[in-house]
Design a protein. Structure first.
Length: 157
């Protein structure tokens, strides 16, 4: 029973560790910078807690929510940056608080914001599968060698 429990625990740990800890570093991700379009904006508002403000109140900095439309991609991150590459987008346009999407879109277009997306394209699916299979085979060979060494060591005693 203990061997079964250990096997299940190691299997579960590997099933969590590889996708979260190893897979993001197997193949360098693609990073694209494109002009922010009105169709990618999901919402705007103040920068929220942590942005400059009085007494911890939300600050005056603009925060833009976006969506990413890259079919099949594994998206690591998506953020909006100013033309200089900083994440400080400046003050929240007053017109965006009024609820008029067209006016807000026009005001945001004047800011020349960029959307920076870091992702793995769907075309790399098989490259990841082959690389991970190789890692699992290498691990299996190493464990097999360890078991053979342990058995031989115990038999020679």
């Amino acid at each position: 029973m203990p061997a079964i429990a250990v096997t299940l625990a190691v299997f579960a740990a590997v099933q969590v560790a590889v996708p979260l800890g190893v897979r993001p570093y197997l193949i360098p991700p693609v990073r694209t910078v494109s002009p922010l379009s009105a169709s990618n904006i999901t919402g705007t508002g103040d920068g929220g807690p942590g942005a400059p403000g009085v007494g911890g109140a939300p600050g005056p900095n603009l925060a833009v929510g976006t969506k990413v439309n890259i079919p099949g991609a594994w998206v690591y991150s998506s953020q909006v940056t100013a033309p200089d590459g900083s994440t400080d987008l400046g003050p929240d346009p007053q017109v965006c608080r009024s609820g008029s999407n067209n006016a807000c879109g026009t005001a945001l277009a004047r800011l020349h914001l960029r959307q920076v997306v870091t992702y793995q394209p769907a075309s790399r699916y098989w490259a990841f599968q082959c690389t991970e299979t190789g890692l699992y085979l290498l691990l299996a060979l190493m464990l097999t060698g360890f078991c053979i060494w342990q058995v031989n060591r115990r038999l020679t005693r």
